[in-house]
Design a binder for this molecule. Structure first.
Ligand SMILES: [Zn+2]
Ligand SMILES: [Zn+2]
Length: 1014
């Protein structure tokens, strides 16, 4: 053996996992492993359809992106090993504010004027370039994670295929009667100068801010020194005040303070007048105040005069509608400043009771024409613009007091500017309009039986609303965790119509709506071909270009009603349209459609509906859920509902948010965020993946280097040590595997036990993965590795190496452990692809574990033979006994190397005799007695140490010292030594044992010394 290379490459005990992974990536490339992996089930009849939620290709990845990517890779690998045919297509989200804002930053732009001056075409080109750059970086980072995908054929939402498929969707919506232009007050970013749909305002976009709030006193007409007292946190809206709303059923008090009298809710008076000398004059129900007229400080502004003319509800006290604008008395005064042009609820309420609407600000939040001294000034910049005016106007008659107020206020999800609310025309998809009857021959609409028997598309006329249809579809989905369904249904119940337009933006889906300026007719175009057919102007210049701004806007069509020439509307689309359409746009022959560059391949949804249906609905998607109920899950369901009335995916695994180790959200400025490359370099992909896989997806996950080190130590290194033990001794004993098959019924009870545990573990891991439960699967594997390391290997140490007792038994150990490790590598392949492959290829000499089949295990739930069950049970039992005895020895101060004569166990009797020897060996006790009885198990140690027992302990101590010296001399396990001892043991058997155990070639009396035997 010494001259030949060992059969197994020696294991590096000081392994650097991240370095090992990098080398393996090179190796995989050389051997073409990824390609072989992707193609291994090309001919399979069984499909597993995974649909990737596109990652925004706008920046390098952070470690948080690796959480979802770990799941995505895990299940695709698992299904691949099981023999399912898959698509392995990654997606990049490319269009929208995400990218625009970063490019603006790069160019140092302050607002949209800068973009116009720079040139829209050039700007859009830079957005595309940015996407290309970062999709490339993210691809490399994903490969570093060990993520096996068809990286040459990722889909891009900027592609023509994707954009035109959205056109198709919008056209069908319009055919159903659901597309409309609405005039409403919406959330608005004054920097991006565009509407922020309610989908885009997520909990995390609210930040805690302090605003100067104002208590406003509105003098009542015809009541001397009487005022209505109202409160607002947004002073910029005061000029646009239209009415004051009260709750008719609430009690209001008239409070005298100084020379003035104020109406406030009775329940609010003590708080509002705290520290002020005030007297309650009378109390009345709110309904008594309704109809009172009041004056405002801005009544003379031309815009207000014009807007309020001929409306007798203007500047009166009105009754609120508590469903739209409930009034509470915990804050404010119980009198609500109502501004129909600057508040969403105010607008809805005003519409209902017939209040006038006065718009106050333009797209950049500057006051409009007609606002006198305010016109052209920014409303959001400084509240003192308004407050200082009120302090001075008529001696401060309209301002009672101001107060700093801290609250959570929404900001733009992209640029972080505080939002405002303003009146604007936007485009919507209606949630509550009955579907219009659709003719059968409509482009793209096929009503046919679906492959799943129960999912029959409803034939027309199906007059249900989109909301009704979507709720039905959402219920068909398997939501993990289960609360996902409630969250989605909650959103589907409460959301308003889907705002799909984004004004004043450049890089995004060009909404395919052409509108007639003359008769207000509009038309939705469903495809490039349809546009070409209808184009009356500009087609030549556009042909061959992508359907983006500015080139698309050159194409004009004719109004079917009045014959006027129509232009496309200005806005781009809501970005979630881009990601929601992907089940329809991205599924194609060899993943060739939807590429960054245009190909001839078309989406199967258009070219071959039957083949498309093999992949639809997707079996599985997984994304971090906090935002997705409103975003990706929503848009997937909406678009699939409109086009097929089917659920777009069968199962969704949602997971929480990654936080720093301190539990706080990751932020660069807090020093707890980790970039992906840095994380992968320090932690290693396998350790990172294992951390994610063992995390409960329903909870947020603290992530950092401490947790990583702990994970590596407790799992990866433990396994690595087992692997090292096997390889080291197998090489030493020149053991070579003869057959990869499972060993027959082993003679050694330890082997029998660990094989049983393996098949139990394998079955449970398989079951957990089938249920998309990563925690169950990793938990079983960890338990198994513990059993393997802390018990099986620990009790097998004497079975191998020079001191082994039997050749047969040592061979049994090797073939068992070999089989165990090789099988375990397959179980681990989806979780820790690097570690699993390094071990597997060294053990089996096969190309890669990633080309192997998933091992087959009898179902865990099915009954095992009784003696197998007993063995697992009793092995557990003796380990409990051992734990108790070790604890007891520790308490008594008797080390394990001191043999003891007897152990008595009461109330338990071991059934399997062979386990007795294991027990005694581990405990270093000569004899065990069992006494049956009922009650808790009790152990009792005979602690008398006879001279014989003392001598045995001394010899063990000697062996320990000699082994220590061997290590100091750097001797390998087979190397013999010459030993000099101060006294040589007299007991023949002990002497023999010592000689063998410590590999002693010669023994002399003298001063203790160990030397290498020549
Ligand atoms: Zn913004
Ligand atoms: Zn017209």
């Amino acid at each position: 053996m010494a001259k030949n290379r060992p059969y197994f490459d020696p294991v590096d005990l000081k392994v650097n996992f991240p370095e090992m992974e990098k080398q393996l990536l090179v190796e995989w490339g050389k051997k073409g492993i990824v390609k072989k992996y992707l193609n291994r089930n090309k001919r399979s009849k069984r499909y597993f359809s995974f649909l990737d939620g596109p990652i925004t290709a706008n920046n390098p990845m952070g470690v948080h992106h690796a959480w979802g990517r770990t799941y995505k890779d895990l299940w695709q690998r698992f299904k691949n090993m099981q023999g399912f045919r898959q698509r392995f297509q990654n997606g990049f989200d490319c269009q929208g504010l995400w990218v625009e804002v970063e490019v603006e930053k790069e160019l140092g732009f302050k607002n949209k004027k800068d973009i116009e001056e720079f040139g829209v075409a050039k700007f859009v080109e830079l957005c595309k370039e940015r996407v290309k750059k970062y999709s490339g970086i993210q691809t490399e980072q994903s490969k570093r994670l060990g993520y096996f995908m068809d990286w040459d054929n990722s889909y891009y939402t900027l592609s023509d295929d994707n954009n035109y498929m959205i056109w198709h969707f919008l056209k069908v919506c319009n055919d159903l009667g659901w597309i409309y232009k609405g005039n409403d007050v919406v959330a608005w970013c004054p920097r991006c100068e565009t509407a922020i749909s309610e989908h885009e305002i997520l909990t995390e976009d609210y930040k805690e801010v302090t605003h100067e709030s104002a208590f406003l006193s509105f003098p009542l007409v015809g009541q001397k020194d009487e005022y209505m007292l109202a409160w607002t946190t947004t002073p910029w809206t005061i000029p646009a005040n239209i009415a004051l709303a009260i709750d008719a059923d609430l009690e209001y008090s008239l409070i005298e303070a100084g020379k003035k009298k104020y109406w406030v809710a009775k329940a609010a008076k003590d708080r509002v007048f705290a520290g002020v000398k005030a007297k309650e004059l009378k109390t009345t129900r709110g309904s008594k105040l309704v109809g009172l007229r009041y004056r405002g400080a801005f009544d003379d502004l031309p815009a207000i005069k014009k807007g309020s003319a001929k409306n007798d509800k203007f500047h009166t006290v009105v009754t609120t509608d508590s469903l739209i604008m409930p009034i509470n008395t915990e804050e404010g005064t119980g009198v609500v400043h109502t501004s129909t042009g600057t508040g969403a609820e105010d607008h809805r309420f005003g519409k209902k009771i017939g209040l006038p609407v006065v718009a106050a600000i333009d797209d950049a939040a500057n006051y409009l024409q007609g606002f006198g001294f305010l016109t052209g000034k920014n409303a959001k910049k400084d509240p003192n613009l308004i407050l200082d005016y009120l302090r001075n106007f008529e001696g401060g008659n309209y301002l009672f007091k101001t107060m700093n107020y801290t609250h959570r206020y929404p900001s733009c999800w992209r640029c972080k500017s505080e939002l405002v609310w303003k009146v604007t025309d936007e485009w919507y998809i209606a949630m509550d309009r009955p579907g219009r009857k659709v003719a059968n021959d409509l482009a793209g609409m096929k009503f046919e039986k679906w492959k799943d028997g129960e999912d029959v598309v409803k034939p027309p006329p199906d007059t249900r609303t989109l909301r009704e249809r979507m709720r039905g579809v959402a219920e068909k989905i398997n939501w993990i965790p289960g609360f996902g369904l409630d969250r989605e249904m909650d959103w589907l119940t409460n959301m308003h119509d889907w705002l799909i337009s984004k004004k004043n933006r450049y890089w995004g889906l060009a909404l395919p709506i052409w509108e007639c300026k003359k008769c207000h007719n509009f038309e939705v175009i469903g495809s490039k071909e349809e546009l070409k057919e209808k184009a009356v102007e500009g087609w030549k210049g556009f042909a061959g270009k992508s359907p983006h701004k500015p080139q698309i806007d050159a194409v004009k069509i004719k109004c079917s009603k009045c014959g006027n020439i129509m232009s496309r509307i200005e806005p781009v689309g809501n970005p979630w349209l881009d990601a929601g359409i992907v089940p329809f746009s991205t599924i194609s022959e060899n993943n060739k459609a939807c590429g960054f560059e245009i190909t001839k391949t078309k989406p199967l949804y258009l070219s071959d509906r039957e083949t498309w249906q093999k992949w639809f609905p997707a079996d599985f998607i997984t994304e971090s859920f906090p935002g997705q109920f409103k975003n990706w899950f929503y848009s997937l369901i909406a678009m699939s509902t409109v086009l097929t009335d089917m659920n777009p995916f069968k199962t969704v695994l949602g997971f929480g948010t990654l936080t720093g180790e301190d539990g706080r959200p990751m932020h660069k400025s807090w020093g707890n965020s980790i970039e992906f490359n840095e994380g992968a370099g320090k932690i290693g992909a396998d350790v990172m993946r294992w951390m994610y896989a063992r995390q409960n997806p329903a909870e947020n996950m603290p992530f950092g280097y401490k947790v990583a080190d702990e994970t590596r130590r407790r799992f990866h290194l433990k396994l690595w040590n087992v692997y090292n033990f096997f390889v080291t001794y197998a090489n030493l004993d020149s053991w070579v595997p003869s057959s990869p098959r499972k060993p027959g019924k082993p003679g050694n009870i330890l082997d029998r036990w660990i094989l049983l545990r393996l098949s139990q573990t394998g079955a449970l891991v398989t079951e957990s993965l089938e249920k998309f439960d990563p925690v169950g699967a990793t938990g079983e594997i960890e338990k198994f590795v513990d059993d393997l390391s802390l018990w099986y290997i620990r009790r097998s140490r004497d079975r191998v190496g020079p001191a082994k007792e039997s050749e047969n038994d040592s061979n049994a150990f090797y073939s068992t452990t070999y089989y165990i490790l090789a099988t375990l590598c397959k179980l681990l392949a989806p979780f820790t692809p690097f570690l699993a492959d390094v071990m597997y290829t060294n053990l089996t000499k096969n190309d890669s574990v990633h080309l192997a089949d998933w091992p087959h295990f009898a179902e865990a739930s099915r009954g095992k033979p009784l003696d197998d069950q007993n063995l697992v049970f009793e092995m557990q039992k003796i380990r409990e006994i051992i734990e108790k005895v070790h604890a007891s020895r520790k308490e008594l101060g008797i080390p394990v190397r001191q043999p003891l004569k007897k152990l008595q166990i009461t109330n338990y009797k071991l059934q399997i005799g062979e386990l007795k020897k294991l027990l005694l060996d581990e405990l270093n006790i000569k004899e065990v007695l069992f006494k049956e009885g009922k009650g808790e198990m009790v152990i009792e140690l005979d602690t008398k140490i006879t001279p014989e027992l003392k001598e045995e302990a001394d010899v063990r101590e000697l062996v320990r010292s000699i082994q220590g010296e061997r290590r100091n001399l750097g001797l390998n396990l087979a190397q013999q030594v010459d030993v000099t001892l101060e006294s040589i043991p007299e007991n023949k058997a002990l002497l023999e044992w010592m000689t063998k155990k410590a590999q002693i070639a010669s023994l002399k009396k003298g001063k203790f010394k160990v030397t290498k035997h020549a």
